[in-house]
Ligand binder design. Structure first.
Ligand SMILES: NC(=O)c1ccc[n+]([C@@H]2O[C@H](COP(=O)([O-])OP(=O)(O)OC[C@H]3O[C@@H](n4cnc5c(N)ncnc54)[C@H](OP(=O)(O)O)[C@@H]3O)[C@@H](O)[C@H]2O)c1
Length: 279
């Protein structure tokens, strides 16, 4: 029986087992997927001994994505430019790392809005952390015209500009309202709006009425930011689709079947998120 897992510290909150075990059942595969808590001081050993362990691979979550990047034998180009790994698999007895966050976002967007084209549009990303970097890279790869970044810590914007070049530009909060008039895609890639955090503070009254508004946050399923955009008539996209789609490649690498992100899976994980909400 093939076994995979998700590693993190803590790991109780992870929805990955719900997703992968749904697919294992759906495709009738003799395999398992479990949560494995790994303390930060044990992460290198866990990765170095993976090939000799019961596991054929794993997903990686907070706080291990950078440490795993440094511990694996081989990383691909996407993980290389992010400096972070979220999916680990074995190939020719080598431990390999990749990162599927960017493709997860793009696939989620295409599934929800198949007619939405990226070329020649401007995206505005709020946030400049790991998730922002993943989706900026993926959007540019997909032909997005330009990507403007708003972030509390400016140095992180400069670092992204150095990495991704002239199609990436900095937006000062004071100038944001003006830039929002013409953007085609607006993404919250900060942790603001998550359960227990304050909502994203961004005035979107001037936002282009056709702009697609995405939030990477998936708990709650609909953030205050998304609700505001929806009330203005903008199309919206929550973070759950990205969470489901980023899991696809790992499952295919480990179990040999490219799984489908179905409405049933979406509802299953959404119900679990709702259930965990504090009253
Ligand atoms: N849907 C999915 O599958 C998926 C996947 C990955 C991540 N995510 C979500 O994406 C979000 C970001 O994750 P990450 O991994 O990129 O985290 P990260 O690397 O820690 O970056 C956090 C970002 O949020 C900003 N931020 C945090 N608190 C803030 C505050 N009080 N005011 C203003 N800005 C604030 C940070 O700004 P500074 O640079 O100024 O600190 C930074 O830009 C999280 O909500 C995470 O759950 C979702």
């Amino acid at each position: 029986m093939k076994k995979a897992c998700v590693i993190g510290w803590p790991i109780e909150h992870s929805r990955s087992p719900l997703i992968h075990n749904y697919w294992l059942r759906k495709y009738n595969i003799d395999g398992s997927y479990e949560k494995t808590p790994v303390e930060p001081q044990s992460i290198e050993t866990f990765i170095r001994t993976l090939a000799a362990s019961e596991f054929i691979g794993c997903n990686v979550t907070i706080p291990h994505k950078e440490a795993v990047f440094n511990a694996v034998d081989i990383v691909d180009e996407i993980a290389g430019r992010l400096g972070a790994v979220n999916t680990v698999f074995l190939k020719n007895n080598k431990v390999c790392g990749t990162n599927t966050d960017g493709e997860g976002f793009i696939a989620s967007l295409h599934q929800a809005y198949p007619a939405f084209g990226l070329g020649n549009k401007t995206a505005i990303i709020v946030g400049a952390g790991g998730a922002a970097k993943a989706i900026i890279g993926a959007l540019l790869d997909e032909g997005m015209g330009k990507v403007g970044i708003i972030n509390r810590t400016r140095e992180r914007i400069h670092s992204l500009q150095r990495q991704f070049g002239s199609r990436v530009f900095k937006i000062d909060m004071a100038a944001a309202s003006n830039e929002l008039k013409t953007c085609g895609l607006l993404v919250n890639a900060t942790s603001q709006g998550m359960e227990g955090q304050l909502p994203l503070k961004l005035d979107i009254q001037n936002l282009n009425p056709n702009a697609l508004v995405a939030d990477l946050v998936y708990a709650p399923l609909e953030t205050v930011f998304m609700e505001r955009a929806k009330n203005q008539g903008n199309p919206t996209l929550g973070g759950l689709g990205m969470l489901l789609h980023q899991a696809v490649r790992g499952f295919e690498l480990w179990f040999g079947v490219k799984p489908e992100v179905t409405a049933e899976l979406h509802a299953l994980v959404a119900a679990d998120i709702q259930k965990a909400r504090k009253p």
